[in-house]
Design a protein around this ligand. Structure first.
Ligand SMILES: NC(=O)CC[C@H](N)C(=O)O
Length: 210
């Protein structure tokens, strides 16, 4: 198929790192700040940042509903950290009344690893990748519960949080609690690019195109 265009939600968060990772894979990557930019995208990454701010900005810039519609229409979407929270159907913590974009049948706990351990790093086995991933967690959520259609891709390997779910996939939706855009390992971005390519090829094959 022709090369896909992947957008990075660019109103807040670590946008540049994702654009850099995608560019390194030879993918056309654009920052998305307005609906017309979203329309050009075959897939979308929602970066890490601060999810409550992202929700507010998405509303203010009239991107919230267009993104929700594209997700409902099957657009491959990858959320990292705050982006995972944005994609979750349910949030548990003091802000559980916060609205989400939703689509991913998971319950996430924000800032789950506790105040003492704001940030940490560790190696994780990741389903589909041969070697472990070096994962960077920054005030990260974890996944507290998953629906029947959700595949668990990675769990914390050791320590107090051992066994906690930190990467999931449900059809065209991928999410990690950690930040694969930090550092030089782009294998998880490649997994997402392949999801976008296969979704676009299927759509074209069925004559739907864009
Ligand atoms: N690194 C991150 O994206 C942190 C997420 C942030 N703690 C939130 O709740 O939105």
């Amino acid at each position: 198929m022709t090369s896909p265009t992947i957008g990075v939600f660019a109103l807040q968060g670590d946008v540049r790192e994702h654009l850099h990772a995608l560019a390194g894979l030879g993918v056309e990557a654009i920052g998305v700040r307005r609906p017309s930019e979203l329309e050009r995208c075959d897939g979308l990454i929602i970066p890490g940042g601060e999810s409550t701010t992202m929700f507010k900005l998405a509303r203010t810039f009239e991107l919230f509903e267009p993104i929700q519609k594209r997700i409902a229409g099957g657009m491959p979407t990858f959320g990292t950290c705050a982006g995972m929270i944005m994609l979750a159907d349910r949030i548990v913590d003091g802000t559980s009344d916060q609205e989400t974009l939703g689509g991913l049948d998971i319950t996430v706990r924000r800032n789950a690893f506790g105040r003492q351990v704001d940030s940490f790093e560790g190696n994780l086995d990741f389903t589909g990748l041969d070697d472990p991933v070096h994962a960077v967690f920054i005030r990260a959520p974890w996944v507290e519960q998953v629906g029947a259609d959700v595949e668990v891709l990675a769990r914390v390997a050791s320590g107090d949080a051992a066994g906690r779910i930190v990467a999931v996939r449900q059809g065209p939706l991928l999410a990690t609690s950690f930040h694969p855009e930090v550092g030089s390992d782009s294998r998880i971005h490649r997994v997402f690019v392949e999801m976008v390519v296969s979704t676009s090829s299927t759509a074209a094959g069925l004559g739907k195109g864009r």
